[in-house]
Design a protein around this ligand. Structure first.
Ligand code: C2O
Ligand code: CU
Length: 480
């Protein structure tokens, strides 16, 4: 049923691929809702969760009714220098409760925005003030942590950029927030959020991909130009695998955390839901040329995301040779020799028409499934955010989580309040031991991560395919 839906709507989608130009990226920045930089060094923003319209389906199509911060999708960019203090007053103008989670920022637990677990949800008409320091420079984002598959799915999210004290030199620094929408023929959002089919399979994959909430115009560039693109995957479920045609993007940060610059294998920049990648794109081709950026993560669904169009003039003979390595953030280094090791197994979902549970008997399984609980961490399917902790960790100790994906699906696994090093995949050490806050696990893959549990509180640990999360793939890790 889903298959035919996607097929039918592909035509609708493929003729007008979404993308945004650098100038539109700048326009986003100039729309800063910054209301004051107080003498105390606190930057204050006001954002309203409300409804709005967005040109998701492109020219000649009706605008789409969305939910967005300040009525826009993405919500206004929040931009703040590293080490400063941020205050965001969130007003809820929706008809339902909400919260805001600052994905990637190592905040104190009470500011983490997880409904019921870290705060009472913000009722319609209420305002909640979040305030915290931003320790880590990088590309982060914000989104609700209440009825997420619908609230984020309807467009409630925005970029949160923390500027380095000494930024690297680029000609342009732009933000691309990627999203994937399931639109009906009238260009309005299809209902059916959180249906059991989406939950038990790939999540809510859509039929219309946007960059910065709009149908894409070409990226106009100049030969010799150096562009930093901050990619943010805000989709509920779609994984992107971007190919920049005859260009070799270098990844300089993952999930906001600097990484030793590298060219991803096959030139493909892979981003699971919630993940970010900062890339350096040197415009190494010639004036007047045109290239197509494609997404070919899903083998059978390759499509054109956006065009790169070179203007007639050359900016410089060759890309600059200035360094592109970002200064590291100050993260506590896990001590692998003394780290305590815990196994974490992910089960569930459909596989060959069968529900794949943990140790549960099949009768119990069927009941769980009827209730929409189809995903398990260490044999437990979560209901809501409040539960007994999956793990209780001792503050300031080092931990290794040996995670095993026993399902037939990809899962981007996110831990709140911490960044972790990805130590190994399939038993092989990772070459860069990258810091991430969300790690994409392939079907049957095992991944080891390590971190120092230095941030006290109860932290969500969950799959960021928001339908999988709703279907139970979440837990609480308590640091005490
Ligand atoms: Cu993007 Cu639990 O979060
Ligand atoms: Cu998942």
């Amino acid at each position: 049923m889903m298959g035919s839906f996607v097929k039918k709507n592909n035509d609708f989608q493929l003729c007008r691929r979404a993308f945004i130009t650098g100038s539109a990226g700048l326009a986003l920045s100039s729309a800063l809702p910054l209301t004051s930089a107080l003498a105390t060094g606190v930057r204050e923003y006001h954002i309203n969760a409300t409804t709005g319209l967005a040109p998701l389906a492109g020219a000649g199509q009706p605008e789409t009714s969305i939910w967005g911060f300040n009525g826009k999708v993405p919500g206004d960019e929040i931009r703040i220098p590293q080490g400063e203090r941020l205050r965001v007053n969130v007003t809820n103008q929706l008809k339902e409760e909400t919260t805001v989670h600052w994905h990637g920022i190592r905040v104190p637990n009470a500011m983490d925005g997880v409904s019921h677990l870290t705060q009472k949800p913000i009722k319609p008409g209420e305002t909640f003030a979040y305030e915290f320091d931003v320790p880590d420079a990088g590309t982060h984002w914000y989104h609700p942590h209440q009825n997420g598959f619908e609230q984020v799915g309807r467009g409630l999210y925005g970029p949160l950029i923390v500027e380095e004290r000494k930024p690297i030199q680029v000609d342009r620094d732009i933000v691309w927030v990627l999203d994937d929408w399931r639109l009906a023929k009238d260009a309005q959002i299809s209902e059916g959020f959180g249906n059991l089919h989406d939950i038990a399979h790939n999540g809510r994959l859509g039929n219309t991909v946007t960059i910065n909430g709009r149908d894409p115009d070409p990226l106009h560039v100049h030969a010799g130009e150096r562009i930093r693109i901050r990619l943010i995957n805000a989709a509920n479920a779609r994984i992107f695998g971007l190919n920049f045609a005859s260009h070799n993007p270098k990844i300089i940060a993952l999930d906001g955390q600097p990484v030793e610059p590298f060219e991803p294998s096959g030139g493909k920049v892979v981003l699971g839901p919630a993940m970010r990648a900062d890339i350096i794109l040197d415009m190494t081709q010639n004036a007047g040329e045109k290239f197509i950026v494609t997404d070919h993560f899903y083998q059978s669904q390759k499509y054109r995301l956006v065009n790169i169009v070179y203007g007639p003039e050359r900016l410089r003979d060759a890309p600059p040779d200035t360094p592109i390595t970002l200064p590291a953030n100050t993260l506590p280094e896990p001590d692998l020799k003394t780290a305590e090791r815990h196994d974490v197994r992910f089960n569930g979902g459909m596989m060959g028409g069968m529900m794949m549970g943990g140790k549960r008997d099949s009768g119990n399984m069927m009941n769980m499934m009827r209730e929409g609980k189809v995903w398990f961490i260490n044999g437990v399917a979560a209901t809501g955010h409040v539960m007994d902790p999956l793990l209780t960790l001792t503050k300031d100790r080092s931990y290794i989580l040996a995670m095993q994906n026993d399902t037939a699906w990809h899962h981007p696994i996110h831990l709140h309040g911490h960044s972790f090093r990805v130590l190994s995949r399939k038993g092989k050490p990772t070459p860069r031991r990258e810091w991430q806050d969300t790690v994409l696990m392939a079907p049957r893959e095992n991944v080891e991560i390590a971190f120092v549990a230095d941030n006290p509180g109860s932290w969500m640990f969950h799959c960021h395919v928001l339908e999988h999360m709703a279907g139970g793939m979440m837990g609480v890790i308590r640091v005490a």
